[in-house]
Write a protein of this length. Structure first.
Length: 233
């Protein structure tokens, strides 16, 4: 969740609590509290979906890397080695079964691995006579199928993450609009109560710290702040 969205949702929770603790007259304000409850519930659901999407996407990335390593370093390397031996009789095998580089794009890797599998299946008996393992092609096919399933899961998780983030931004925008509507009424209601008015202003404030102020050193307790140096004449 982006920091600004989180700050807006925290502000919404403070506003809701203020309205609960200091209810105003009229059914409209009861509805306002219920509306904030609904907004926060929606935000919680979207936040959970977003976090789940991020976690699933990261897990898929790790699983994809693991599968690619096994597929390349074990299965495809075995096929490529057998094809190299076979290329003494069939020179074209030297270019048909080239092991894909470890750093190629994922799409290029899948394309190369799929092409190697297709060519190997078309020449299965000949490659078997040169030492290809009995279950090698089945293992390659299974690994590619699992890899494609991981990719599909990753795409779904990414879509959920993006959608949830957009929904969170929409909820945050609704919250800001609702607070603006309430602000005038609350200020009018508590215009003669400075303490509650200050509490309301604090509740509705989306506090942020600029990078400059965040990096400014804090003087030791009891030390007067130093005046900035005078500019040179």
């Amino acid at each position: 969740m982006r920091a600004m969205i989180r700050l807006k949702l925290e502000m919404a929770a403070r506003v809701r609590d203020f309205l609960r603790n200091h209810p105003l007259e009229g059914p409209g304000f009861t509805a306002a509290v219920a509306w904030f409850d609904a907004l926060l519930a929606r935000a919680t659901g979207h936040s959970t979906l977003q976090q789940d999407g991020i976690a699933t996407s990261r897990g898929s990335t790790l699983k994809r890397a693991e599968l690619r390593t096994v597929l390349r370093e074990s299965l495809l390397r075995h096929l490529s080695g057998v094809a190299l031996v076979a290329s003494r009789e069939r020179p074209e095998f030297g270019s048909l079964f080239v092991l894909p580089a470890s750093n190629v794009t994922h799409l290029s890797f899948l394309t190369a691995a799929g092409r190697m599998l297709t060519e190997a299946e078309a020449n299965k008996e000949f490659l078997a006579s040169k030492g290809l393992g009995e279950a090698a092609l089945d293992d390659i096919r299974k690994a590619l199928t699992e890899l494609e399933a991981v990719d599909a899961t990753s795409r779904t998780a990414r879509a959920n993450h993006v959608g949830a983030r957009a929904d969170l931004e929409a909820v945050a925008a609704e919250i800001i609009d609702q607070v603006k509507l309430l602000d005038g009424a609350v200020r009018y209601r508590f215009r003669n109560d400075p303490e509650l008015l200050a509490a309301w202003k604090s509740a509705r404030n989306v506090a942020t710290r600029s990078k400059k102020s965040a990096e400014a050193p804090v003087p030791p307790e009891g030390t007067a702040p130093q005046a900035p140096p005078a500019a040179a004449a």
